[in-house]
Every structure is written in C-alpha cells, then in structure tokens.
Design a protein around this ligand. Structure first.
Ligand SMILES: [Zn+2]
Length: 238
C-alpha cells in the first residue's frame, strides 16, 4: 500500500466516523422528538366529553330534579337509542352500591349514554372496579368520577357486625373493614359514619391508583364523593 493510498484511506475512515457520529446524533434527536409526541401511557386517548365542572353541575342539577319530583327523563327516546348505538360519550362515571334503591340513572335523572356506571355492594374499589372506571376516563372521555355511598347500606351494616348473615367475613366485608375502624367512636349514626369513611377511602384509593393518579394530579380528572340519603333522595357531597 502506497503512502498516498494509506493517507486517502485514513481520511475516508475519519470522514465515515464523523458521518456515523452525525447520524447517531440525528438518531437520538429523532427518538427524543418521537417520545415528545407520543403521549405517556396514562394520557387520555379521546377528548373529554365535557369539563369536570360542567359534568358535576349536570349531576347535581339532575339530582335536584329528582328530589323535587320534577324529572325530565332526558335521553330516553328512540332517537337517542339510535344515536348512542353508534358510540358512547358518557359525561360522568359513578361507582355506587348495588342496592336497588340507588340507581344512578334515576337519582341523577339521566338517560341512555349519559352515565358510565359501576355497581358493587358497598361501592368498594377493587382492581376490577378501578379498571372499569379507568376505561371510562381514558377511552370514553369521562372527567368526573363520583363515588356514591348511601344511608342504611346493608354491606356496611354487615361490616360493622363483622360478618354477614351466615357469619362469614368474605372479601367484600374485608374491603369495608378499614372504613368501620376509621369511623369507630364518631358521633352520630355509625352506619352513615362508616359509609362516609368508606367513600373517602375509595376516593383516596382511586386518586392514588396508578391508573388515574396522574390525571387527578393535573386537575384534569375529578373524583367526587357523595352519600345518598334513601329518604330525601339528596346527595351530600363530601
Ligand atoms: Zn349499599
């Protein structure tokens, strides 16, 4: 190999290394730009149905109509049925008790496609209920989740006794135990006190859940707690 060709090869080598270096920098820049565009895992996939404030107002207005016995029965027509068959965009989610006296669509005076409802005795937050609520937020555009307890809740009463009618302490009563412990000794009705504590604990669980915590922190999502009064129909917001 002549001195000249060696020099040429060396120059070519240095040039190639520089080009690769630039390509690497460009590659890193491209990856960084892509990551900036791709939303983090928690970010919503669809735009909000409406703001949290507006959604909460619609819920409270509906409850007022229910209390007064002046129901609008909105969104229950054939047209609405056909409209929502194409897709759903509920404005709020409700986690409430399975109790037959607390149907969210009735007590908030709403109709088809308005509320995303998760019901379970004692309105407890298990992995499955949290996952269901998470779906409504990320994929359906919900920005208000209401945790709704109610007076005279049978599940909470059983948890206060420490067992159900068969004497069992199953997974449900275990879920309610912390609320019973926290409310012990509070003045007033022990059942309502435990119901209120349970709603607070469920709210906290949702707010701290890996699924929803980021959106709660930014204020994009609001978790609201309420206790429904069986006699008056009124919901006391906590
Ligand atoms: Zn109940």
């Amino acid at each position: 190999m002549s001195m000249l060709s060696l020099l040429r090869d060396t120059r070519l080598f240095i040039k190639t290394v520089r080009m690769l270096g630039k390509a690497k920098t460009l590659g890193f820049a491209l990856i960084a730009a892509t990551l900036a565009v791709i939303p983090p895992a928690w970010a919503a996939n669809v735009k909000p149905t409406m703001s949290a404030a507006r959604a909460l107002q619609l819920l409270l207005d509906g409850n007022q109509r229910f209390i007064a016995g002046r129901l609008d029965h909105p969104d229950q027509s054939r047209e609405r049925r056909e409209e929502v068959a194409k897709g759903q965009h509920p404005f709020a989610s409700v986690l409430s008790c399975s109790d037959s006296r607390v149907p969210p669509e009735v007590i908030f005076d709403q109709g088809l496609g308005d509320l995303f409802v998760v019901r379970v005795a004692g309105n407890v937050a298990t992995d499955i209920t949290i996952q269901s609520l998470d779906y409504s937020v990320k994929h359906l555009g919900v920005r208000v989740v209401m945790i709704l307890g109610h007076t005279e809740c049978g599940a909470v009463k059983a948890a206060i006794l420490g067992h159900d009618e068969e004497g069992d302490v199953g997974p449900l009563l275990s879920e309610l135990k912390p609320a019973v412990a926290d409310s012990k000794g509070q003045p007033g009705d022990p059942v309502t006190n435990a119901v209120r504590e349970n709603v607070k604990l469920v709210m906290q669980k949702l707010e701290e859940s890996p699924e929803l915590s980021a959106m709660v922190k930014t204020g994009e999502l609001r978790i609201i707690g309420g206790v429904y009064n069986l006699k008056t129909g009124k919901i006391d917001i906590l």
